[in-house]
Design a protein around this ligand. Structure first.
Ligand code: AMP
Ligand code: MN
Ligand code: MN
Ligand code: MN
Length: 281
């Protein structure tokens, strides 16, 4: 379990990623990743396919990235090593799906008022049965020529405060931590440096997460500067959390942010995987 490349935050076609679970696992092997967690938004659907992927050089971990809220802030919590058949987690996933479906209809309504053609059908065409999210609307907006690229779709329509933004009643931070723990997993605060809040608010968030029973935080999320890693490491130590890391990989075209890229945990931290007994041998 030591010495390899570990990537504990990735997406597939089951949410807003471009690769199927099998394609993701193959790419992980090609990139030298030895431990891969799939963490799709609000679903464990990738696991049934990934569990049957066998390769001597790759261990796969069942994960999820759950949407939650802390006050007015949307916060993502990664669950690692969860039991995908746990009833509490599955009930939570079902309610997340309802929340996403309701949100999708409201986003579509707002886009329609902005003269975007068939927004719901368009987004669903890109989702292809996956958990629907704003990236699918973004793809539709690009396809119908409303914006030049996905980034512009968020900037002009879908981002916070933009015309098609809707407030979603995600469950509270502590609720999703409870689901993860019920499923036997570790709860990891995803990309803590990426929330647009002041540094004192960020510290309050990490403390609230820890006090709610959270286990770990991502010290590295995708490509980040060395000073960001040092900062995150200090926060991790200060709040007594385990350390995790992941690329947050979505698609090969984002070549700067590939699987396993730059994922080396700084010394002195206790890795979230340290307690995964079955790998200790
Ligand atoms: P959702 O889960 O539906 O709220 O969508 C959030 C996802 O949209 C994130 O996980 C990212 O993959 C993607 N996303 C968020 N903001 C942007 C942005 N500015 N540009 C491109 N993708 C984004
Ligand atoms: Mn995403
Ligand atoms: Mn996220
Ligand atoms: Mn993610």
């Amino acid at each position: 379990m030591s010495g390899g490349l570990i990537d504990l935050h990735t997406h597939t076609t089951c949410s807003d990623g471009a690769l199927t679970p099998t394609e993701l696992a193959r790419r992980a092997v090609a990139k030298g990743v030895t431990t891969l967690a799939v963490t799709d938004h609000d679903t464990v659907a990738a696991w049934s396919e990934l569990a049957s992927f066998k390769h001597a050089d790759l261990a796969c971990v069942c994960g999820i990235e759950l949407s939650s809220h802390w006050g007015p802030l949307d916060v993502h919590v990664v669950g690692l090593n969860v039991d995908p058949s746990n009833v509490t987690l599955l009930a939570g996933i079902a309610s997340q799906r309802d929340a996403r479906d309701t949100r999708a209809r409201r986003i579509a309504h707002k886009l329609k008022r902005r003269r975007i053609p068939d927004p719901l059908a368009g987004a669903m065409r890109y989702a292809q049965g996956a958990v629907i999210g704003r990236p699918h609307f973004a793809q539709h907006l690009v396809a119908c020529g409303a914006v030049p690229d996905v980034a512009a779709a968020f900037k002009r329509y879908l981002g916070k405060g933009k015309p098609a933004a809707v407030r979603t009643d995600w469950p509270a931070l502590q609720t999703v931590i409870t689901w993860i723990h019920a499923a036997g997993g570790k709860a990891v605060l995803a990309h803590p440096l990426k929330y647009r809040v002041t540094s004192s608010r960020r510290r309050q968030l990490i403390k609230a997460f820890r006090d709610a029973g959270g286990d770990a935080m991502e010290v590295i999320s995708g490509v980040q500067r060395p000073d960001a890693t040092s900062h995150a490491s200090r926060l991790c130590t200060e709040f007594g959390l385990l350390a995790s890391l992941g690329s947050d990989f979505h698609r090969p075209s984002q070549s700067w942010n590939d699987l396993g890229h730059g994922l080396v945990l700084p010394g002195g931290l206790r890795p979230v995987w340290a307690e995964w007994a079955e790998w200790a041998a």
